[in-house]
Write a new protein. Structure first.
Length: 439
């Protein structure tokens, strides 16, 4: 067996994923949509004309590796910055250095790993320097930038979406690690292609996870002379039980709640209960789910079944009292009820249309007749003049203007024929006919 130097011994104790991190663009695996022969990101890197940008993608797809490759290609000063260990003080120090470099005619590329961990104030600290061109910011995040990055900062960055690696990409990386002297080549590992494909499938597109699994399997393999053999039994023990893919703050969180909401909207209780179980069994906060059900009860059911809202609120209270796992059946009860209830989005549409008018007509005056008049001056200015107290009328309503002049005749609430809303529609039609003097 080849003799290892002291430095080699130190290197082999680094994680395999770290030892196998490519240093050249040619060795990078995956992201062909960005780094293929005519990929836009490839052209930017090769020409050293990179803008401020955000790398968004799941763990282990090459975000940090790409930053390292850029560091090796750029002629700018490159600073590696971690959102985990740095605060406002460190940001200001780095920004001051970057500003000095700009005045000397030198660009600074600042890589911020896990940029979503920075709060609003910390992210805001980058803004003036990005705007002045003192720094070219490269942020890496596993979270959806739309939710985690300030709009002002996000608008000044190009967002590149990095996709989960394909199984064949993972297998290629594993084979490279088995042969490379920087990887596991010195152990002369025997492992079948089937096992490598199993590791690739289990890793779900995460190269770091795949390298860790391979390293664990090899370290538990059978050593015979200078050869290490990984058996199927060893591999299965290393893989263990497959965990649910879920991050309570990540994109999958929003994907699953979207699936639950849309399944209930489509009156599909089976799919709705499945997505509910996916969330709860992965550790989601039941109170979060219950809050979304409360929203759903008014957004998608509302007047079609006015019992839906109190039922959803009751489910929230039940979750608060019981907690998991006992409250899972309360949520299942609510989800099935909401899925099977008649649907109406009329309350949601009414508010959205009224909101659009309100935002575009913020200065529209309140009609004088429905203004309050607590002082004599206000009465002299005709505040409250013409107001009719509805309870004093036989019909319990008056033919009185309540919308601004510019919105007269505008209707927002348009009930449909679903469930109980059919009666509401009939009543509203009678009211509108009377107010128009038709009855």
């Amino acid at each position: 067996m080849e003799q290892l130097s002291l430095f080699d011994v130190q290197d082999i104790y680094k994680p395999l994923a770290s030892r196998m991190r490519p240093q050249r663009l040619e060795d990078f695996v995956g992201q062909r949509q960005l780094l293929g022969e005519n990929g836009i990101l490839r052209r930017m890197i090769e020409s050293d004309q990179i803008p401020s940008m955000i790398f968004w993608g799941p763990p282990g797809v090459g975000k940090t590796t790409l930053a390292g490759i850029i560091a090796g290609k750029t002629h700018a000063r490159f600073i590696n910055f971690s959102a985990v260990t740095s605060g406002i003080k460190e940001i200001k120090e780095v920004m001051a250095q970057a500003e000095n470099s700009r005045r000397m005619g030198e660009k600074t590329v600042l890589f911020v790993d896990e940029i979503h961990r920075f709060n609003k104030a910390q992210q805001d600290a980058f803004l003036p320097y990005v705007e002045r061109g003192s720094i070219i910011l490269i942020g890496a995040t596993t979270e959806n930038p739309s939710f985690e990055i300030n709009n002002a900062l996000l608008s000044r960055c190009r967002v590149f979406v990095l996709e989960s690696l394909k199984a064949e990409d993972i297998v290629l990386l594993l084979k490279r690690a088995l042969k490379s002297p920087d990887g596991l080549g010195y152990l002369k590992v025997e492992i079948t292609d089937e096992m490598l494909e199993m590791i690739a499938g289990f890793s779900e597109g995460d190269a770091r996870k795949a390298f860790n699994l391979l390293e664990m399997a090899v370290s538990n393999g059978q050593i015979e002379g200078n050869k290490t053999t990984v058996t199927m039994d060893v591999l299965k023990r290393c893989l263990g039980k497959k965990s649910l893919l879920y991050d309570k703050k990540g994109e999958e969180h929003y994907n699953l709640i979207s699936a639950l909401h849309k399944s209930m909207r489509n009156s599909d209780p089976d799919a709705a209960v499945y997505w509910l179980a996916r969330m709860l069994e992965a550790g989601e906060d039941p109170l979060y789910v219950a809050r979304r059900l409360i929203r759903f009860a008014s957004e998608d059911i509302a007047m079609a079944d006015s019992h839906a809202l109190p039922l959803a609120v009751a489910a929230y209270e039940a979750c608060h009292f019981l907690g998991m796992p006992e409250c899972n059946v309360n949520l299942s009860h609510a989800v099935i009820y909401l899925a099977m209830a008649p649907k109406s989005n009329s309350a949601y549409v009414a508010y959205e249309e009224a909101k659009a008018d309100a935002q575009n007509m913020l200065a529209e005056p309140v009609p004088l007749n429905i203004r309050n008049a607590p002082t004599n001056l206000m009465k002299q200015l005709h505040y409250g003049e013409g107001y009719v107290y509805a309870h004093d009328t036989e019909e319990k309503m008056a033919r009185m203007q309540c919308l601004p002049d510019s919105l007269l005749g505008r209707t927002y609430y348009r009930p449909n024929e679903a469930g109980e809303e059919r009666q509401t529609k009939k009543r509203l039609e009678e009211i509108r006919r009377w107010k128009n003097g038709e009855d």
